[in-house]
Write a protein that binds this ligand. Sequence first.
Ligand SMILES: NC(=O)c1ccc[n+]([C@@H]2O[C@H](COP(=O)([O-])OP(=O)(O)OC[C@H]3O[C@@H](n4cnc5c(N)ncnc54)[C@H](O)[C@@H]3O)[C@@H](O)[C@H]2O)c1
Ligand SMILES: N[C@@H](CCC=O)C(=O)O
Length: 515
Amino acid sequence: MNIPFVNEPFTAFAVQENREAFEDALRKVQSELGREYPIIIGGQKITGSQTLHSVNPAAKDQVIGTVHQADRELAEKAIQTAAETFHTWKHTDPNERARYLYKAAAMMRRRKHEFSAWMVYEAGKTWPEADADTAEAIDFMEFYAREMQRLSEPQPLVRIAGEDNELTYIPLGVGIVIPPWNFPLAIMAGMTSAALVSGNTVVLKPASTTPVIAAKFMELLAEAGLPDGVVNFLPGPGSDVGDYLVDHALTRFVSFTGSRDVGLRINERAAKTAPGQKWIKRVIAEMGGKDSIVVDNDSDLELAAESITASAFGFSGQKCSACSRAIIHKDVYDEVLQKVLERTQKLTLGSPLEMQSYMGPVIDDKAYAKITEYIEIGKREGRLVHGGGTGDPQGYFVEPTIIADVDPQARIAQEEIFGPVLAFIKANSFQEALEIANNTDYGLTGAVISRNRAHLEQARREYFAGNLYFNRKCTGALVGTHPFGGFNMSGTDSKAGGRDYLLLFTQAKLVSEKY
Ligand SMILES: NC(=O)c1ccc[n+]([C@@H]2O[C@H](COP(=O)([O-])OP(=O)(O)OC[C@H]3O[C@@H](n4cnc5c(N)ncnc54)[C@H](O)[C@@H]3O)[C@@H](O)[C@H]2O)c1
Ligand SMILES: N[C@@H](CCC=O)C(=O)O
């Protein structure tokens, strides 16, 4: 019997011993930069005809690792291997499957700072952001292992005389796992763990900007003793290899987290039945957001400013949950704007290797170009009150940027920017603030800062977001505590880290025996 699930604590970097341990991990990882990482199919390490250099977004010239790239031929081999392995893995006792995750979680916990250090280098995460990412990865493994054990227990059914009835959750088959780069360990490990512990086999196609962290996770699974072929590691171009995997007749489900455009493309392609395909493919898609914090006229304005600043600029705004719209009641608009401005002016932008950097770079040249273009659009659509510029040209640094007096229908108020750009929008009433908060195609996270109970209850009913928070920031969901996932164009309404998540990776079988 396992101890009940508890969230992995975050590291207190105020403690010197912890700081030194993290610095040691950074040095260790630095000494390992530049290595090569193979494709792994059925436990076999394979070199591709092409390689990709994964680089440090804070120091573009620094190669984190060279990763072999799969083509369609290897994608075929990976799917066939996963399909073959499924015949045995699906019959493996769910408790045994869970034990691989418990072991991997324990090993990751022991090497926690090392995993975080890889994210500092490869994803440009600051120390606390990387630490939270690793903690969440551990949480996902611990949580889904317990969840599978719970689901494998006898399920409650109505009992009738003369019959034995049993309902079990059985796996689906071969799953394609396609994670994003922004939680390169937590989300990638969470999606993979959920799929495998449910008894499925996996082809894992990592994000192209953070494949080394995924390769480190593969090493961990191998060290934990996971049988070969259960997870097959297939780095490669999303557009080519990704389409091939999604379209394949042996693909039973696709678990995707990423942008709306790619999510919709996958959903559309997966809906088309391939020759020889025997099932309707299941698509679990967790997509983008355009998230807001609403500030009421009766509210703690310091709390409002703190929540907005942290949600907008943590990890340079590169979270699907990030606050990109501050919707403020007109009575307190100027004051909240001033308080957010003062806090933002104190944020430090710099190398994530330095503990004091609050914000590091954005992920790559494409993100840099997209965000700086949106800043130019924002300057036309509103009033630039802070930032707008870039940082050290050695990396992809973008200043935290605030644009005030933005129209609710403006492009920067509607489109996901995925960078440190915050739009301030004035509302004439709380009712209007809620209407503005609901006026995008998305419905991922949101927050309301208010002391007014009636308004909070109104928001509870009317604010259409998968993760709605009151009097706190809108980022930082905890596994098991805040099951995470959004509505509308934010995805297929799944809840990562929730008690119904594994149902998406299983199907229920009822066996009834008449005596
Ligand atoms: N809802 C959530 O839980 C959640 C969490 C994190 C990130 N996100 C969203 O993810 C996005 C940022 O991540 P990103 O830039 O990695 O997204 P992305 O859509 O560009 O890429 C996601 C993954 O899809 C792959 N891919 C690209 N084209 C593909 C194709 N044709 N077929 C199959 N796979 C393909 C990529 O290689 C990557 O692994 C943002 O929109 C963000 O809001 C959502
Ligand atoms: N689960 C994370 C966001 C994941 C998407 O980027 C949060 O709650 O901040």
